[in-house]
Design a protein around this ligand. Sequence first.
Ligand code: DLZ
Length: 516
Amino acid sequence: GPILVPILGDQLTRELASLRGRSKDDTVVLMMEVWDEATYVRHHKQKIVLVFSAMRHFAAELRDAGWSVDYVRLDAEYNAGSLTGEVARAVEEYSPRAIHVVEPGEWRLREDFDRWADKFPCEVHILPDDRFVSTQAEFDDWAEGRKELRMEYFYREMRRKTGLLMNGNDPEGGEWNYDSENRKPPKEGLSAPERPKFEPDEITREVIALVEERFADHFGSLERFEWPVTREEAEEAADAFFAERIECFGPYQDAMVAGEDDLFHSMLSTSINLGLLDPLELCRRAEKAYRDGRAPLNSVEGFIRQIIGWREYVRRFYWHQMPQLQSANDLGASRSLPEFYWTGETDMACLADCIRSTRDNAHAHHIQRLMVLGNFALLAGIDPQEVQDWFLIVYADAYEWVELPNVAAMILYADGGKLASKPYAASGNYINKMSNYCSGCRYSVSKKTGPDACPFNPLYWHFMDRHRERLERNARIGRVYSTWDRMDAEKRREYLDSAEAFLANLSAAKKGWARA
Ligand code: DLZ
């Protein structure tokens, strides 16, 4: 029989290791829309549309190029509902002499795939996913014997490996990292040039109808679906970013403006994670923009660090730390996720805007995720598993390999500080400095306690106080406790009481939002 090549929903490139060098008349490509993948957490409607539409477009591209593709639609009546179930059906049908599959990005699937060799009467080859700059072995070697695994040092290895922004052995400009230039607060009226929006074509419209019907009760709006679903569209999105937005991307990377959902962010993560764009190629384009004098170093370095630094690093950290990472809860957080994460109904203007953008776009940018939505979950002590599910569900670019390190380790400090040097806890002051949210809020960011105070203010101290034993030893946090100790006892009591009163009034979300 032929070689069976299953291709997953986030493996949409003709450069895929399992296709490279294969002959078309000896290969059956198998692509599967399955109920299990769409509902093991109840993904945002736009995320399901994005994955299914991109899969259907990619299958058409493969067929046009002469490949035999068995494409299993979600509503095919024989659909077994799971990847393993559909591979079993294909093994019956084609009697392949071997299965060649690229390793999945998520642990739960890897466990399934590892059982295929015993289950099926043919050879099974699980190939490394080489759409990354690093290898797992490289990371594991680097991590060996280190207690703390800091992105910054791994990033420097990747700069050396790729030669990106290097002059011989030295980083371009003399520094590895220009983040100190990338923290500009938004000035009045800051807004970004319109980026290309991609009208749903017939394939996408058909998928939208399917998702409206079959996933009607999933979170999220489908009113505006504007994501690129083909390589061509994704290239157009990249062109526009390099032409119009990269210049301001760096300086305003951490800025937040109500109603300006994307600002200068590239919005390319969904395309990179699906396989539509090659991460290294994008970095080379960014470097060229700098070398040609079209973009400043701080913007270009920041963009490149997101990709060969942070993205590579979380991918490797995930596989290095699984499966423990999934249940890590070093701070013992146990509160249920508040209902407003799903409804957006909260008087906190910052959270309401970030959740609105999340619902409308299946997207929020990194400071909204980290310092508003994440920071609140950290300070309020929300159960990591519930926060993890939420982030995995609501963002179109989220797969567990990227979501889990970001949420468990970076946002919630649940891994005991292997990844982050301190919890990213902040009071209302930070949000006020970096956004225009506070002027439109019913809470007052300048009030520290009482029912009208910005809840981030008392929650910040409540967090610091309840984790004192754990955090006081941390050199980057220690000074916080001298400030706390200098306050008079009554002030401290007011902070703690205000936080308690606020927390007591939060209503918890029904669990059914996240998992069936
Ligand atoms: C995210 C997703 C969804 C919603 N549906 C499918 C699907 O039906 N078929 C498929 O092959 N892949 C899907 N995916 C992407 C997978 O979940 C992804 O490959 C794993 O999370 C590993 O990264």
